[in-house]
Ligand binder design. Structure first.
Ligand SMILES: Nc1ncnc2c1ncn2[C@@H]1O[C@H](COP(=O)(O)OP(=O)(O)OP(=O)(O)O)[C@@H](O)[C@H]1O
Ligand SMILES: [Mg+2]
Length: 365
């Protein structure tokens, strides 16, 4: 099997009711890449997959796979296979027949189908489970059967739409490693959709962060986490402390932001100028106890022991600040007001913009 590259060339998608779910988008996924699209519910992830797989046509622009324009080609004429969130295996068929299901239409003999199914079951580490029924397998094993079935038709591009969301946390984490290994072994291009940042960051070669029909940032997991380019990406991927304010000066790739509670310095990747509305983001693990390049005085409110880490929550003039420190075993925590700080290189100052809603805001809906 060999992966093909996927290109979206000014693709936008407007549904018949007039709602534009995907704004004009340019995207290039390399052949053999594990590429994730990460974004909140309703941002347009599934809509993009439908356009790549051929279930809907783009309203503008073109989809190319392996350099070939897919216009006018239906799902069966494309070198793609799709795995849905709610996979449907045939409960009365043995596992191997489920895997070989798509091969009968291709005129393969039963013997050849069985042999091919065995290869694929070996690939997903279910080589000895072929004669069971799906109901006799665990959730993770069933998921692997679905992956084997999708790979049976030898797609160049496998499209996975939140395939792990029905599994419990342990299994999900286990399946991340499995999927990554299967992708490496087959060389098939994976386009993986999720709203789970942990999934996207751990498995992917590159991640696209999507919000409200727009892909805001594309980069490696490290780039997206350490160098977000939009306020949304900074607030959606990982945790971040945020300070709102106005840029008051810039120099050498750095900016100084005046906030209601002090002036702080950070990186200025967007090239903001004095007077621009801005937000400074700094990760909890980039904060430290004691004075530093940017120092503020806050009051410790709560201490959550995570084991290897301790999460400290400070009150900073009504705003909660999270500080994650390594648990050294010496339990000396600030009593009352204390200095906390962060390095200029660890803070990023970005244009003010829409933010990801927090879990608390979503729960209150
Ligand atoms: N057939 C349709 N007609 C009109 N609007 C639609 C249709 N399908 C989806 N939408 C809208 O398009 C937007 C994007 O939907 P989509 O299913 O792509 O989101 P998603 O990112 O996959 O979300 P989720 O994580 O919840 O699966 C949503 O606002 C949705 O309501
Ligand atoms: Mg979806």
């Amino acid at each position: 099997m060999r992966g093909k590259d996927v290109t979206l060339d000014s693709v936008s998608i407007t549904y018949p009711d007039g709602f534009t779910a995907v704004q004009p988008t340019d995207l290039h996924v390399e052949a053999g890449e594990f590429f994730s699209i990460l974004g909140p519910s309703g941002c347009g992830k599934t809509t993009i997959l439908r356009a790549v797989s051929g279930f809907i046509a783009p309203s503008t622009g073109r989809v190319l796979i392996g350099g070939d324009d897919m216009v006018g080609k239906g799902p069966n004429q494309r070198p793609t296979a799709l795995i849905f969130q709610n996979l449907a295996l045939f409960p009365l068929m043995p596992v191997w027949e489920n895997v070989a299901f798509g091969l009968e239409a291709r005129g393969l003999s039963k013997r050849a189908r069985r042999a091919r199914a065995q290869e694929l079951l070996d690939l997903v580490a279910l080589g000895d489970q072929g004669d069971k029924r799906p109901g006799e397998l665990s959730g993770g094993q069933r998921q692997r059967v679905a992956i084997a079935r999708a790979l049976a038709v030898e797609p160049a591009v496998l499209l996975l739409d939140e395939p792990l969301s029905a599994l419990d946390l342990k299994l999900r984490q286990h399946m991340r490693a499995e999927l990554r290994a299967i992708q490496r072994q087959t060389g098939v291009t994976f386009i993986y959709i999720t709203h789970d940042q942990g999934e996207a960051l751990t498995m992917s070669d590159r991640v696209a962060v999507m919000n409200q029909g727009v892909i805001e940032q594309v980069g490696t997991a490290d780039e997206v986490y350490s160098a977000p380019t939009t306020a949304f990406a900074a607030s959606f991927v990982g945790e971040a402390n945020r300070f709102d304010g106005t840029v008051q000066g810039v120099s050498d790739g750095l900016a100084e932001i005046a906030t209601a509670r002090g002036v702080f310095r950070g990186r200025n990747p967007a090239g903001l100028a004095a007077g621009d509305g801005a937000m400074l983001f700094v990760r909890p693990e980039a904060m430290a106890l004691g004075a530093g390049e940017n120092t503020l005085s806050a009051r410790l409110m709560r201490r959550d022991l995570e084991g290897a880490f301790v999460n400290l929550f400070f009150d900073f003039g009504g705003q909660e600040l999270a500080v994650h420190v390594t648990n050294t075993g010496e339990a000396t925590w600030p009593d009352g007001d204390a200095d906390v700080s962060f390095g200029t290189a660890n803070a990023v100052i970005l244009p003010s913009g829409p933010l990801a809603r927090t879990g608390r805001e979503l729960a209150a809906q």
